[in-house]
Design a protein around this ligand. Structure first.
Ligand code: ZN
Ligand code: MN
Ligand code: MN
Length: 284
């Protein structure tokens, strides 16, 4: 009975067509999936055709997938000190939002940005300014979700406070939300390896960012230690985050309605099935 309400799945592949990601999701027993709406390594692509949009929506309707989340291209950096990259990031993200709207995708996850040879405060201000530029005068239904990061290199988003500042500086708050990645926060120094630490982390998140603004969770184990500031995903139960933590998450009433997405290393989408089965088995 409980399975009905679990929103759980993985990042699935769009190779061969966007609708393929939905079929893949179905084949691994997912109820939620994450996709790229275009190649994650390209700035721009040609617009979606009517046929592609219809095929996607029809496949979705026939599937068991309840929630589809989009993840933006890795090239985008709204906080880049390089003017050409900043400009391309804004245009590219606008295009991604357009695609989400056309496909009825309610959430688009982005990495906040990296400051490179600039500094943290400048970067944070620039990210907020650019989010407003992108979101202003748009009657978008799609929300942009700022993802917690591991804090690798000069990446912003490894402290909840940084995300809070970005959010606070934006005028278009109703079009923003957050995505929590378990590998990233652990790597960033949030010790979710114990029940006490987990509880403190969720309380901090709740106090600083608000659980009502949390719309997606990335369920990943971490190859590297607490506070390593590295972004190395590992399969559930194979890394440094204890299985117990994933059990806490899967049974946390506060997180019950939030879609949970695996981004663990797999050779093929089919390999996600056993992780989904395992995570479901943790639900009491
Ligand atoms: Zn991400
Ligand atoms: Mn993630
Ligand atoms: Mn990552």
């Amino acid at each position: 009975m409980k399975e009905k309400t679990i929103l759980l799945g993985a990042h699935t592949s769009i190779s061969g067509g966007l609708y393929k990601a939905i079929e893949e999701g179905d084949s691994i027993g997912a109820t939620a999936i994450q996709i790229f709406t275009k190649s994650s390594r390209s700035w721009f692509v040609k617009e979606l055709t009517e046929a592609e949009i219809i095929k996607f929506k029809e496949t979705h309707k026939k599937s068991k997938i309840k929630v589809i989340i989009a993840h933006s291209s890795y090239l985008i950096n709204l906080g880049s000190p390089k003017k050409d990259i900043e400009k391309k990031s804004i245009l590219s993200l606008k295009q991604e939002l357009d695609r989400c709207e056309e496909l009825d995708i309610p959430y688009l996850v982005i990495h906040p940005g990296a400051y490179l040879d600039s500094d943290e405060q400048t970067c944070i201000k620039q990210i907020s300014k650019n989010l407003d530029i992108i979101l202003k005068n748009r009657t978008v239904k799609t929300k942009i979700l700022l993802e917690t990061t591991a804090g690798q290199g000069t990446n912003i988003g490894h402290k909840f406070e940084q995300l809070k500042t970005i959010y606070n500086n934006c005028e278009e708050k109703d079009k923003l939300g957050f995505c929590l990645d378990t590998c990233h926060i652990f790597s960033a120094g949030y010790d979710i390896s114990t029940e006490l630490g987990y509880e403190k982390t969720i309380k901090d998140f709740s106090k600083i960012l608000g659980l009502k603004n949390l719309y997606a969770i990335h369920l990943n184990d971490s190859k590297t230690e607490l506070n390593s500031r590295k972004d190395r995903h590992e399969n559930i139960g194979q890394g440094k985050i204890p299985k117990k933590t994933f059990s806490l998450i899967m049974n946390d009433k506060r997180l019950e309605k939030i879609p949970k997405i695996l981004e663990t290393p797999v050779e093929k989408t089919q390999d996600y099935e056993k992780e989904i089965v395992f995570l479901k088995s943790l639900v009491k």
